[in-house]
Design a protein around this ligand. Structure first.
Ligand code: SF4
Length: 477
């Protein structure tokens, strides 16, 4: 196979009407040689970004282990280090470039070390050209569409001592049956779809991940049932826009509401899903959340802006009124639901009045949690070409004002849980204080608590003793 195939953002834009992705079940080619290439060697995968990337990282680990590699936490022990990257914001990319610079030191000490880059950054032509020109020590680059080619790409580096740079810009297919190493024995993610066709004007994802491709309901259910049989307690259904699940499949396959109901029927203790686009949220989906006790009462509902003018420029396909109507419906029909959001501040030429509209929605929705950012232009997207006369200091000041209100409501919402008993899935010792345990409530609130009896992976009752800005404290009942 040719070892060079470079990404092309123009090709990545292409969408054909009625496109149906192929479902490929035997893509991984693992002959005798490849399945022993990593014997006695170690790998380390560094993942940035969203849950979809984390899931890709699990698949990459699974493929490497099939090749004989063993996982190591120690960079100095690794024989292959793969950076699984995110392209959503400029500073995420800068961090990765800095990390490559740092990892080159390990390559100097151990010349046989393979440094690799994959994920959404690898789908950007400017990034790959930069890597080719400036970082000759990075021998391996592959994209989001060809994880299954990893064995051939590594074989080429080891056997032929050549760089393997292979990225496809295409609508994409669905690859079933790839191995994976799950990072938890009781919480698992299932990719229900990949790609996105919404083309919000600021977003690079439709270019890096390809056309929306939903997996067949039966394949998702088979994976869910297998996890239940293996004792898993929580499943996260993942996609760039889960509410659009099934729109690219035959009607008989069903939509996200059906998927939710059928995954709930597997008997798994907890179901979560991420991410929702307000435009595709139907009443049937709300019913599914309301009617199934094992679907957790938590929805991440990105607002992005409260200004209709900005929403239009963003290509978000809803107005602030429609967003509020959906928000109200979720609040009234799903008991104790918590709602979080994403907000972009300083979209090109956002006026004071536009920003005040965003603040008004925040005052109305009183979000449980929120992720807020200053607009970061992504090369190749329409928003990156929009004129912008807003000073960066104005954007920073707006973000500060917004964050103060978001923090206030986060704390207010957490205070409401004081003295109540909540069900918590025990994740393990708290990262900040190993003398207590940490887990999440049904509303996706992080809680640190004392554990009297039980184990990691159990679902236990915890009484909330304190509501803080970003988390809760509690004691096992
Ligand atoms: S729906 Fe989400 S992933 Fe798709 S383009 Fe919009 S922001 Fe990006």
């Amino acid at each position: 196979m040719s070892n060079y195939s470079l990404p092309d953002l123009n090709k990545a834009r292409f969408r054909s009407f009625g496109y149906r992705a192929d479902i490929i079940r035997d893509a991984l080619k693992m002959d005798e040689t490849k399945s022993h290439l990593g014997d006695g060697l170690f790998y380390h995968v560094i993942t940035y970004g969203c849950q979809a990337n984390v899931r890709d990282g699990e698949v990459i680990s699974g493929i490497l282990e099939m090749m004989g590699y063993s996982h190591t936490e120690l960079l100095e022990q690794a024989d292959i280090i793969i950076l699984n990257t995110c392209a959503i914001r400029d500073n995420a990319e800068k961090r990765v470039i800095g990390e490559i610079g740092f990892l080159q030191n390990y390559k100097r000490i151990k010349p046989s070390l393979i440094l690799g880059l994959c994920g959404c950054m690898a789908q950007e032509d400017v990034v790959v050209k930069h890597i080719i020109d400036k970082f000759p020590s990075v021998q391996l680059v592959f994209g989001t569409h060809n994880l299954y080619e990893l064995p051939q790409l590594i074989e080429n580096i080891i056997v032929n001592n050549e760089r393997s740079i292979k990225v496809y810009s295409q609508q994409g297919n669905i690859y079933e049956g790839l191995p994976s190493v799950r990072t938890s024995a009781f919480k698992a993610s299932i990719n229900i779809m990949d790609g996105c066709d919404k083309f919000c004007t600021y977003c690079i994802v439709p270019y890096t991940r390809g056309q929306q491709r939903s997996r067949l309901l039966d394949d998702v259910l088979a994976e869910a049932r297998d996890l239940v049989a293996r004792g898993y307690k929580e499943i996260m259904l993942l996609g760039q826009n889960v509410n659009a699940y099934g729109k690219d499949l035959d009607k008989e396959n069903g939509d996200f509401a059906r998927l939710l109901n059928e995954v709930a029927a597997t008997g798994i203790a907890r179901i979560r899903f991420m991410t929702s686009h307000p435009w595709d949220f139907t009443d049937e989906m709300i019913d599914a959340i309301a009617n199934n006790d094992n679907i957790m009462p938590f929805v991440h509902l990105p607002l992005q802006s409260g200004s209709n003018e900005i929403l239009k420029k963003m290509g978000r396909r809803y107005t602030n009124g429609e967003y509020i109507a959906l928000f109200d419906k979720l609040k009234s029909r799903v008991r104790d639901i918590a709602i979080s959001t994403d907000i972009i501040v300083g979209f090109p030429n956002e006026t004071d009045a536009d920003f005040e509209d965003t603040l008004r929605i925040v005052e109305y929705c009183k979000y449980d949690n929120a992720y807020s950012f200053i607009f970061s232009p992504r090369p190749g997207t329409p928003a990156s070409k929009m004129e912008d006369a807003i000073d960066v200091e104005v954007k920073k000041e707006r973000l500060q004002r917004l964050n103060a209100r978001l923090a206030y409501y986060s704390k207010m919402n957490n205070l409401k849980w004081e003295n109540k008993v909540v069900k918590v899935l025990v994740d393990g010792p708290s990262k900040n204080n190993p003398s207590v345990y940490a887990g999440y409530t049904p509303q996706s609130k992080l809680i640190n608590f004392t554990l009297k009896e039980g184990n990691i992976g159990d679902i236990i009752d915890v009484r909330v003793t304190e509501g803080k800005k970003n988390s809760l404290n509690g004691e096992q009942e």
